[in-house]
Ligand binder design. Structure first.
Ligand code: ADP
Ligand code: MG
Length: 723
């Protein structure tokens, strides 16, 4: 045992008197009940003493509270128990939970963690008063929370414990609130493949109820030991638990992602270089899961995922209502169409991404649960589910159709208001779930039925077994069907084979890296085996974090007008088509209909369009979203409605008849062939048409018509020339 610093109290006394007189005065006058200090304040006053604090925190802090109390009493205060909280510890006190061992016990350390579970409050005796058989009363400060400490000897009659009986005078004791929480390493610090370490922390006094499950904090704490028991016998092994000294809440999002000036320049340069056209979106599309071959639908899906990564802006209006900025996307699809792969990829790519499978989530499920005996001491505890734990990030939820009953009802507010209210087992709390949801669902029967001629995507949605109202919580719903298409199938097959052969054997990677996280790469671009450039995951993540932190676009008038016009037009055209079976079609029965949108475009859809527009502006680092952003958002939105068959006539989508659309496609083709010596790439035509609000499938049908009539031919796959 090291000697405890004997001069702690006089050092505190001079520190308090010389630098903290005003704060002490505030405590004396009852304006404050504690003193909050930063480590730096002590260090500037007395560097030696600051080192002692890191080395013997329990002793030094105890002496500090005692010195403060004495000082306050000298200044005229009565009956107070002031205490000291210290935060902003130096970086060399930072530890990863998994590395905390015996050398750290009884030291002051800090760790960046997320809170997973919070218990009920129990009162604990702080200052105890014992009465001896001789009636003399002895006061003992209780420091340990596992065992009640009794006097060893009566100070009155001088008899030892055992020869006299001590009685605890409950009414004379002073109590303090006590709470247990469970913390977990943040995923970014966990080596790949490893389970995050957890720890149990005790919070007392003013720290009680200062954290909610799902939040990220910097915990300043003292590791303590508690001997493990085997039956009633103590063993020489110890468990580590922690006493919380202070909590620092996160102020800026994504503190774990550090972006230096040079990287900021690189991001801006990239956006400038690519920013003037569709190129930036295409680069992002190529960078999202390059190993997954983008079939035409998947290309649209990836476009929407790019927007989801960046997200719209969450806003609070003057009356306090909040509208979310996160974009929720649902992928419904047959087995084997790479849904799970896409989700895994996105959860790795997105800052604070989490992957989970609806079938196999913990007791807390997607939302939250109050569990009895959460810390095996009989107390109820509130445990955060996946959504609160993904707060400010992205939750990729596979097998969404298998979510539990308990979650089904909680998920609506969790996705829309992004709050989860829990009132169970004596615990009431509201947790934040401000994350984007990317969900995947399979049909109950194993495969989706082909959409019947008049049916919309709601037919398929029902096949997943999910409740229909849930559909309206998603901004976009894609249907991925596994239908054989000879040309495309060959491309996918080649892509998969190429990908497998160009990958590095996992064993070789593990040999080189051990179990450490893969070191940050400095590179911006990587080249896929298809020879296409794409952004590295590391750089893309920084780009996303930078944009989310700094760019909060609002729509300009022109962009707003465009969306409003689209909205009004679609609603009107719906009303006109009320009597037309196609017009009122959702593929659902009359009774279901009242639960979901009665009209093709609802106010919810308008919000979705705004979010997509804001996200597109954010990608381009624009603080103002213009009509260019709105056009792309509208195109993506229309495309899913088109694929989804939620539409009326062609006019309903674009304000253009089919005829007008095909003549516009021809004009676009002519422009492209003029600029490229007669050659037209399918991808170029699609991209150019997108800007004009013409969907992919329209372009394809025009091209296939032109091919069958012999107006164009295809000298090379995907490239056309006029005949
Ligand atoms: P799902 O979750 O939709 O059932 P998975 O994500 O498990 O499907 O994918 C099944 C396999 O098929 C994966 O190995 C995936 O890489 C492959 N695969 C399916 N479609 C594609 C594609 N378009 N490009 C590359 N690989 C694909
Ligand atoms: Mg799957």
């Amino acid at each position: 045992m090291t000697m405890l610093a004997p001069d702690a109290r006089p050092r505190w006394k001079s520190f308090l008197e010389e630098t903290m007189a005003d704060e002490v005065q505030r405590i004396v006058s009852g304006q404050a009940d504690k003193m909050e200090l930063s480590f730096h304040q002590i260090q500037t006053f007395d560097p030696d003493f600051a080192d002692m604090l890191l080395d013997q925190p329990t002793h030094i802090l105890r002496e500090g509270s005692a010195a403060l109390k004495t000082y306050c009493i000298e200044m005229g205060a009565q009956d107070i128990e002031p205490f000291i909280r210290i935060d902003l510890l130096p970086l060399d006190s930072r530890r990863d939970l998994r590395r905390i061992g015996h050398v750290d016990v009884q030291k002051l350390i800090s760790s960046e963690v997320s809170v997973t579970k919070v218990s009920e409050i129990k009162p604990r005796i702080h200052r105890s008063v014992f009465q001896c058989s001789c009636d003399y009363e002895t006061e003992i400060i209780q420091h340990d929370h596992t065992e009640l400490e009794e006097p060893l000897q009566c100070e009155g009659c001088g008899e030892r414990k055992g020869r006299v009986k001590f009685t605890l005078m409950k009414e004379k004791c002073s109590l303090v609130d006590n709470q247990k929480i469970e913390i977990q390493e943040i995923p970014e610090r966990v080596p790949s493949g490893a389970q995050p370490s957890t720890g149990m922390v005790i919070l007392e006094g003013d720290l009680v109820n200062s954290v909610l499950p799902g939040t990220r904090i910097i915990a300043n704490m003292i590791p303590q030991m508690h001997s493990e028991r085997k039956g009633s016998r103590k063993t020489p092994l110890f468990e580590i638990f922690y006493s919380m000294v202070s909590v620092e809440a996160e102020t800026t999002p994504f503190t774990e992602i550090i972006i230096d000036d040079e990287e900021e320049e690189k991001i801006k340069k990239l956006v400038k270089e690519y920013g003037n056209s569709n190129d930036l979106i295409n680069l992002l599309v190529d960078s999202i899961a390059p190993s997954i071959f983008p079939t035409p639908v998947l290309r649209w899906v990836k476009r929407s995922l790019a927007l989801q990564l960046f997200g719209g802006v969450a806003r609070v209006s003057s009356d306090g209502t909040r509208s979310r900025g996160d974009i929720h996307i649902l992928l419904m699809g047959d087995p084997g169409v790479a849904k799970s792969q896409l989700l895994t990829y996105m959860s790795n790519l997105s800052p604070r991404g989490k992957f989970t499978s609806g079938g196999s989530v913990s007791a807390a499920g997607l939302t939250a649960a109050a569990v009895k005996d959460g810390f095996s001491d009989g107390r109820f505890a509130l445990e955060a589910g996946v959504l609160p734990l993904s707060d400010r990030g992205l939750a990729a939820i596979d097998e969404f159709d298998k979510i539990s009953k308990q979650d089904t009802s909680a998920i609506h507010p969790a996705m829309e208001q992004q709050k989860i209210r829990v009132a169970k087992g004596g615990i009431t709390a509201t947790l934040n779930s401000r994350c984007a949801v990317l969900a995947a669902a399979n049909p109950e029967s194993g495969r989706f039925d082909p959409l019947s001629a008049n049916a919309s995507i709601m037919q398929s949605f029902k096949e997943t077994g999910l409740e229909t109202p849930l559909a309206s919580r998603f901004d976009l719903i894609w249907l991925l069907q596994d239908t054989p298409e000879p040309g495309l199938d060959e491309k996918i097959a080649r892509h998969i084979l190429q990908n497998r052969t160009s990958g590095v054997s996992e064993l070789q990677i593990e040999d080189k890296m051990g179990s450490e996280p893969i070191p940050d790469s400095e590179e911006i671009m990587d080249i896929g085996h298809d020879q296409k450039q794409h952004l590295t995951t590391n750089f893309l993540r920084k780009y996303v974090a930078y944009a989310k932190r700094n760019i909060h676009p609002s729509l300009d008038d022109e962009a707003k007008n465009l969306l409003v016009k689209y909205y009004i037009k679609t609603r009107n055209s719906f009303n006109r088509n009320q009597n037309n079976p196609r017009g009122s079609d959702y593929g659902i029965s009359q009774s279901d209909k009242s639960e979901i949108t009665e009209v093709p475009v609802t106010a919810r859809a308008l919000e979705a369009l705004m979010r997509l527009t804001e996200a597109h502006a954010r990608i381009h680092l624009r603080q103002t979203a213009t009509v260019v952003d709105a056009e792309v958002a509208k195109a993506i939105f229309m495309h899913w409605r088109d694929e989804a068959n939620i539409r009326d006539e062609a006019e309903f989508q674009t304000g253009m008849s089919k005829q007008k659309q095909s003549s516009l496609v021809r004009i676009i083709m002519q422009e492209i062939s003029d600029a490229n010596e007669g050659r037209m790439k399918m991808s170029q035509i699609i991209d150019a048409a997108l800007i004009k609000g013409i969907s992919d499938s329209t372009v394809r049908s025009v091209i296939s018509r032109l091919s069958t009539t012999g107006a164009i031919y295809e000298p090379q796959t995907g490239t056309y020339e006029w005949a």
